[in-house]
Design a protein around this ligand. Structure first.
Ligand code: IMP
Length: 216
């Protein structure tokens, strides 16, 4: 099955291809990017939740490509800040996006606050055009990784809020982990797994419908 990924990021697509082929074994999956199908523009992500944004992107990709389409949206939510930066994670300190400025703003907003609990969230949404195999309601999966926001950055790896995000079970920030360590516990890994489970459920339901049609 050909699936369009609403992203132009080659690394993201390669990683998704690997993970989805591991988890979804009933059908063969071939991922193509929006660029591969000739899409050039930008998609306006003006949703208020990760799910809304993932759906906006997946719908736009499905409409343009006519293919089953997948999009993800992720970010950081901080309890004491009412869920901020949330869907504004990439541009928390304004445009153009700047990781260092975002981290600075986060530390400033948490000054004097005792509760530093936070979580990374990743939602993956899939929209299948009507009339195609597996079509129906969008298929959605969400993954979380709970942690805490440090007072100072630690570590040189990763991106975004990684240097401030402390993951206690490993005794490290995300920026101090190897890619393998981060993948094993990250919101993205959990999101892909949750999504694949929901996708596999849709495949099972479709098969059952087929058997029923033959009175079995
Ligand atoms: P995206 O939806 O994956 O593009 O993520 C949006 C923003 O959330 C990024 O620009 C980062 O600021 C933040 N973010 C998402 N995932 C991570 C992560 O694994 N580490 C650090 N920051 C992240």
């Amino acid at each position: 099955m050909k699936i369009c990924i609403a992203s132009g990021n080659r690394g993201k697509i390669a990683e998704l291809q690997k993970l989805l082929s591991e988890y979804i074994t009933d059908i063969e999956i071939e991922l193509v990017s929006l660029k591969d199908v000739g899409f050039e523009g930008d998609i306006l992500e003006d949703g208020e939740t990760f799910e809304e944004n993932a759906l906006i992107k997946a719908r736009a990709a499905a409409e343009f490509s006519g293919l089953c389409s997948i999009a993800d949206d992720s970010g950081l939510i901080v309890n004491a800040l009412g869920g901020e930066p949330g869907v504004y994670s990439a541009r928390y300190a304004g445009e153009p996006c700047d990781d260092a400025k975002n981290n600075e703003k986060l530390l400033k907003n948490l000054e004097g606050i005792g509760d530093r609990s936070a979580a990374f969230v990743c939602t993956i949404a899939c929209v299948i055009p009507e009339g195609q195999p597996l079509s129906g309601d969008p298929i959605i999966g969400t993954g979380y990784c709970p942690g805490e926001i440090l007072f100072n950055p630690r570590g040189k790896g990763g991106f975004g809020y990684d240097p401030l995000f402390w993951f206690d079970p490993f005794g490290k920030t995300f920026a101090e982990m190897s890619a393998e360590e981060k993948n094993a516990i990250s919101h993205r890994g959990a999101g892909v797994k949750a999504f694949a489970e929901a996708f596999n459920k849709r495949i099972a339901e479709e098969k059952e419908k087929l058997w029923k049609r033959y009175g079995l």
